[in-house]
Design a protein around this ligand. Structure first.
Ligand code: SAM
Length: 267
């Protein structure tokens, strides 16, 4: 069943540019996303054989709870009012909750009403994105919609590991692997604040090593910022570019249009 609603609003989501990337992907093959975020391509194309992974353990746990106990997750999400005070209370509670349907309910509530769908944590790993509900419609997803998302997730494998450990552990063959890592930054201050939502130069080198190693038996598609660090490694494999509009300057919320590159390795 097709539904237009999105389960999550993820910073860096490919939802607006999915139709520019989809032609490079092959959903007939086993489909793998090591940096799945909101899993836009999975929900839009529903490949029958799919493995989603993301370093963000709370995100993956959220997907698992939606699959297994959608009504409990929805009840919690639906019970929290969309107003600033309630948001900050929910944020404090989320950071103290253990893995549970209640935590998953808080996760999706915070995601929908935080600033720009940004999953920002402090150095202690506590989620600290401010309220963003002022300019958003206050409409929530319905229980029925949660039920549809639950059905879609029924047969998906879900893991939370660093991409390199995940892929070398999985040893895929004959698969289509789409990689959409966070953008490169060498700024220590940004890295400290945004944690897993940024990539360092050595992460890009790890990405290159993994992509080359798996490319003899798989189709690897990577989308990435048009930057010298990416081109130094991947220029032989760039097949096109896509136009994206992105937020710059963190919470300043400025938006700018730029090109992102698409690289393809393997068949
Ligand atoms: C640009 S977002 C992916 C967006 C996704 N394509 C979408 O449309 O929603 C990058 C994702 O990589 C994850 N991530 C960051 N470092 C990672 C790592 N070392 N291994 C696996 N996932 C990582 C982040 O948690 C984030 O969800």
């Amino acid at each position: 069943m097709k539904t237009k609603s999105k389960l999550l609003k993820w910073a860096g989501s490919k939802s607006q540019v999915a139709d520019q990337i989809t032609p490079y992907l092959n959903f007939e093959l086993p489909y793998i996303e090591p940096f799945c975020g909101s899993a836009v391509f999975f929900f839009e194309n529903l490949p029958s054989n799919c493995h989603l992974n993301d370093l963000n353990a709370d995100l993956i746990s959220f997907f698992r709870h939606v699959r297994e106990v959608p009504r409990e997750v929805w009840s919690c999400y639906n019970s929290i009012p969309v107003e600033e005070d309630a948001y900050y209370l929910a944020r404090a509670k989320y950071n103290d909750l253990g893995d549970s349907p209640e935590k998953a309910g808080h996760f999706v509530y915070l995601n929908h009403f935080c600033f720009n769908g940004l999953y920002r944590t402090n150095k202690a790993g506590r989620f600290n994105t401010p309220y963003g509900g002022h300019h958003k419609p206050k409409k929530k997803l319905t229980e029925t919609e949660f039920g549809h998302f639950s059905n879609k997730l029924r047969d998906v494998r879900l893991t939370s590991e660093d991409f390199e450990k995940f892929l070398f552990g999985l040893k895929p063959a004959g698969s289509c692997i789409y990689m959409d890592p966070p953008y490169f930054t060498d700024d220590e201050r940004v890295f400290g604040e945004y944690g897993a939502s940024t990539f360092k130069n050595n992460d890009l080198q790890r990405l290159f090593k993994v992509a080359v190693a798996l490319s003899d038996q798989n189709r690897i598609v990577i989308s990435y910022k048009n930057c010298s660090e990416f081109l130094e490694l991947f220029s032989d494999f760039v097949v096109g570019d896509i136009a994206v509009t992105r937020n710059v300057g963190g919470f300043a919320g400025r938006r700018k249009s730029e090109k992102e590159l698409v690289a393809v390795l393997g068949a």
